[in-house]
Design a protein around this ligand. Structure first.
Ligand code: MRU
Length: 379
C-alpha cells in the first residue's frame, strides 16, 4: 500500500527530501520515495509498505532512473522480507516491473541472494531479512560513492577533450540526484564542471513524452544555480548547427557487452547529430549498468509504454504548479495509435567515451569494456 504526504515548498532551498529512504516507524518498515511524478510542483513523499506498492511506483515512474531503480529494487526485497511476505514472489515482480534498466534486476538479485544465503546457512527469517536490508544499504552506499567518482572521471575527460573550460553541455532525460544515491551520472559531471567554474551552459532537452528534462533536470539545475536553458527535443539540431554544443553528456539504462548504449528515447538521434558535427558524445554510467550477458544492442529489451503518454497530456506531464494534474487532455484525434518506446539504442561507434567509476573506456570496444569490468572485479 502507498500513502502520500505532501510537504509545501515555500522557498528555493535545495530539497531536504532524498530520492529514496528506508524508514522504520512503529507500524513497521517502509520505503519512502520522493514522488517524481509530482515534481517540480510539489515535493511529495510516497510511502511504500509493501513490494506491490513499489512495483506500481516503478511502473508509474514515481521512482526512476537506472541506478536508483537498482537501489529501490534491493530495498523492495528487504521490505518484503521484513514484512514477512514471499521474498521470491516479490523479487520476481520487482525485477520485471521495467525491463530495460539492468540495474533493477541487479539490485533485486543482490538482496535476494543475501536473504537466501542466510536461510541456506540455517539462519532464521529475521536474520535473512536483516541480510537483505544490509545488502540494500551496501548498494545504496556504493552507488553514492560511484556517483562521486564518475563526476571526477567525467570532469577530467571533459577537460582533456575540451581544454580551456567554458563548456556548453547538452543533456537528455534526467541523470542527477533524483536517479542516484549520490549526485547522479551525467548530471553529476555537469555539476562538477559548474562547481569548478567551467560550465558555461547546460542545454536541457525537455525529453518527450514524460518531460524528465523539463520537469526534473531543469528542477535540479535551478536548485544548483547552474546556467541552464531548456529546449524542445527537436530544437537540438538547430543548436548543433549553430555551433552551440561542445559535448553531449547522457546516462545509460543498459550497456551491452559490445558497448551499445540503451538510454532514454532521443539519445540515439543526439549521437548521430554529435557525430555529424564532430562533438563528443559521452555516456556516464556506473559499472552496474554494464550487462555482460547482453551481447549487443539488438539483444536489449526496450520498454514500450502506453500510447496515451503521446496522444494525451496526462500526469506527470502537467504536474506543474497551478495546473490540475490528470484528466488526459487529448492532443491527437481520438483513436490515434502511438509509437512510444521508452528508450533507444546507440551503437558503440557513435559513443566517444563511456565514463564509469572505475575509469573511462574510449574508444568504446567490447574488449576495452570487458577489460575495465574484469579489472574492477579484481580490486
Ligand atoms: O524512463 P526513465 O525516466 O527511468 O529513464 C531514465 C533514463 O533514461 C536515464 O537517462 C538513465 O536511467 C540513466 S540515469 C543515470
Amino acid at each position: 500500500m502507498a500513502d502520500q504526504y505532501a510537504t509545501s515548498r515555500e522557498d528555493n532551498r535545495p530539497t531536504e527530501i532524498p530520492a529514496l529512504r528506508w524508514d522504520e516507524p512503529p507500524e513497521g518498515p517502509v520505503l519512502v520515495l520522493l514522488d517524481q511524478t509530482r515534481l517540480p510542483a510539489e515535493e511529495v513523499e510516497l510511502v511504500c509498505t509493501d513490494a506491490a506498492a513499489l512495483v506500481e511506483a516503478i511502473r508509474t515512474l514515481a521512482v526512476r532512473g537506472a541506478p536508483l531503480l537498482g537501489v529501490a529494487g534491493a530495498y523492495g526485497v528487504a521490505l518484503a522480507a521484513a514484512r514477512g511476505f514471499g521474498v521470491d514472489e516479490a523479487a520476481a515482480a520487482l525485477a520485471s516491473a521495467r525491463p530495460t534498466a539492468v540495474n533493477l534486476a541487479y539490485g533485486v538479485r543482490r538482496a535476494q541472494a543475501a536473504h537466501r544465503a542466510v536461510l541456506v546457512a540455517g539462519g532464521d527469517h529475521k536474520q535473512a531479512a536483516e541480510a537483505a536490508l544490509a545488502a540494500a544499504r551496501a548498494l545504496h552506499r556504493e552507488d553514492a560513492e560511484a556517483s562521486a567518482r564518475m563526476a571526477v572521471n567525467g570532469l577530467a575527460l571533459l577537460d582533456e577533450l575540451l581544454p580551456g573550460g567554458n563548456h556548453r553541455i547538452l543533456t537528455h532525460c534526467n541523470t542527477g540526484a533524483l536517479v542516484s544515491a549520490g549526485e547522479g551520472t551525467a548530471f553529476a559531471v555537469a555539476l562538477a564542471a559548474h562547481r569548478a567554474g567551467r560550465l558555461r551552459r547546460l542545454w536541457v532537452d525537455e525529453t518527450r513524452p514524460l518531460l524528465q528534462g523539463a520537469r526534473l533536470t531543469a528542477y535540479e539545475a535551478a536548485r544548483n544555480a547552474m546556467a541552464y536553458t531548456l529546449l524542445t527535443d527537436n530544437a537540438a539540431g538547430s543548436l548543433f548547427s549553430a555551433g552551440e554544443v561542445d559535448a553531449v553528456l547522457i546516462g545509460a539504462d543498459r550497456i551491452a557487452a559490445d558497448g551499445s548504449v540503451a538510454n532514454k528515447v532521443g539519445s540515439y538521434p543526439l549521437a548521430v547529430l554529435a557525430r555529424y558535427h564532430h562533438v563528443p558524445f559521452i555516456v556516464v554510467a556506473p559499472l552496474t549498468t554494464v550487462d555482460p550477458d547482453t551481447p549487443n544492442g539488438a539483444s536489449i529489451e526496450v520498454e514500450q509504454r502506453a500510447g496515451h503518454e503521446v496522444t494525451e497530456i496526462t500526469a506527470p506531464q502537467v504536474s506543474v504548479a497551478g495546473f490540475e494534474a490528470g484528466g488526459g487532455i487529448p492532443v491527437a484525434p481520438l483513436g490515434t495509435q502511438a509509437y512510444n518506446p521508452a528508450f533507444d539504442v546507440t551503437p558503440p561507434e557513435l559513443v566517444t567515451a563511456i565514463v564509469t567509476e572505475e575509469g573511462v573506456v574510449s574508444p568504446v570496444t567490447a574488449e576495452a569494456l570487458a577489460e575495465l569490468c574484469d579489472r574492477s572485479r579484481q580490486i
